[in-house]
Design a protein around this ligand. Structure first.
Ligand code: PLP
Length: 415
């Protein structure tokens, strides 16, 4: 008997998932053009068509990141892969790093930096708030970091940290700046150059409307120079021209940005095998976003966020967090007293095929998170979600003014 003898001869059947509408904090439904691009045939990694696509991806993601950075490319892996690649390549053991922490993904930066052996300093606020720029300035002056690491939109709290002026503060202090923009890239403005943030990373599965598994990244010349000072080309591919940098070797091979930049450069120094189908997906995500126009796209996400917020409030619910710094694409809302949050989520899924999000950390069981991003930041999808939530809350015995949510959302969409 071998390990497969017990399997059904049909081998479980073809993949045929239910048609769920994913209105949580991500992943969301991928744009059909992205799914079609992913089904294109594969190429060898040094095929001129393939390297041409890689160069196109670099060009397409520069405007998406608001940058002219040469080093704008993809990390193979989910968004966390690009976060880890950035931190392990920028930060050596013993380096002092300041983390601007206002939620779960600030805690993730601290976790990764701790594993790297950095000396981690923090400036933080309670979940639901953002860190004022003068508090960041004071923390930089107090701690003298080599790198300042922030999150732009933290989906755990639904807050968007203002980053205007961060780069100037970092440059004045001789520090490099890193930002995790996974949850906002392609949905809210990312201005890597204007903000002066050296390294910004993203993911496809939120406002870019693709699947998870490829993480766009942009790296300033200053950050690239620092990373190349730690360059160490692995033995099997190094030639006489490859000379090690003077800095400490980057403590990860897979996430070594110096080797990954060499792979994406004209030298095409082989590192990993670029994930071809994910590169097709990332390329199409950017083409869809730029084809729509970034400003139009940001306005669409803002309209969706306004509509979700207005609809929830019209139902008599309380929206979570600081109104002035809300992400446009994910909204947190308190689960009303006496309502079982998980039963409502299950009813939304079972009766309406709609997924809304649960929460993390101190917000577990206290809020739901409703996302409207990428291909799902559409008026009808927001209205369907609000209508379904209303029905599920009524079924739980929660009393609300029936019909008001959809009406308020419709008005807010066009406001
Ligand atoms: C702000 C933020 N950073 C990082 C991540 C991690 O992304 P991934 O699961 O693709 O690694 C997420 C995912 O929810 C996120 O919202």
């Amino acid at each position: 008997m071998n390990g497969t003898d017990h399997l059904d001869p049909l081998l479980f059947g073809e993949i045929d998932p239910p048609q769920r509408l994913l209105m949580g904090p991500g992943p969301v439904n991928a744009h059909p053009r992205v799914l079609r691009a992913m089904s294109a045939d594969l190429l060898g990694q040094f095929d001129p068509e393939m390297t041409g696509y890689m160069n196109q991806v670099m060009a397409l993601y520069r405007p998406v990141f608001g940058t002219g950075n040469r080093w704008t490319m993809l990390i193979d892996g989910t968004a966390r892969a690009a976060i880890e690649a950035s931190l392990v390549s920028l930060v050596a053991p013993g380096d002092r790093v300041l983390v601007v922490n206002f939620g779960r993904f600030g805690l993730l930066l601290i976790e990764i930096l701790t594993r790297i052996g950095a000396v981690v300093e923090t400036v933080e606020v309670p979940w639901g708030e953002v860190v004022p720029l003068d508090a960041i300035a004071e923390a930089i002056a107090r701690t003298g970091p080599r790198v300042v690491a922030t999150v732009h939109g933290d989906t755990s709290t639904t807050m968007a940290q203002p980053l205007e002026g961060l780069g100037a503060l970092c440059r004045a202090a001789g520090a490099l700046a890193y930002t995790d923009a996974t949850a906002t890239l392609g949905g809210m403005e990312i201005a890597a150059d204007r903000w002066g943030v050296d390294v910004v990373t993203g993911g496809l599965q939120k406002c870019l409307g693709g699947p998870s598994g490829s993480a766009p990244i942009t790296i300033s010349d200053a950050a690239a120079a620092h990373i190349f000072s730690r360059r160490h080309v692995e033995k099997g591919i190094r030639g006489d021209a490859n000379i090690d940098g003077v800095g400490p070797r980057i403590a990860s091979n897979y996430f070594d940005l110096a080797m990954i930049m060499d792979y994406w450069s004209e030298a095409r120094l082989n590192h990993h095998t670029e994930a071809t189908s994910m590169l097709y997906a990332a390329r199409e995500c950017a083409r869809v976003a730029l084809g729509e126009g970034l400003d139009a796209r940001f306005a669409r996400h803002a309209a969706a966020g306004r509509a979700v917020t207005a609809g929830l409030r019209a139902m008599g619910l309380t929206v979570f967090g600081d109104d002035a710094h809300r992400m446009t694409n994910v909204t947190g809302v308190y689960i009303p007293d006496g309502v079982d949050g998980e039963r409502v989520r299950a009813a939304m899924r079972d009766h309406f095929e709609i997924e809304i999000g649960t929460a993390f950390g101190p917000l577990v069981g206290r809020i739901w998170r409703i996302g409207a991003m990428g291909y799902n930041a559409m008026k009808h999808k927001v209205l369907l979600t609000l209508g379904a939530l209303e029905a599920c809350l009524l079924a739980e015995g929660f009393s609300l003014p029936a019909g008001e949510a959809v009406k308020a959302a419709l008005a807010a969409w066009d406001a």
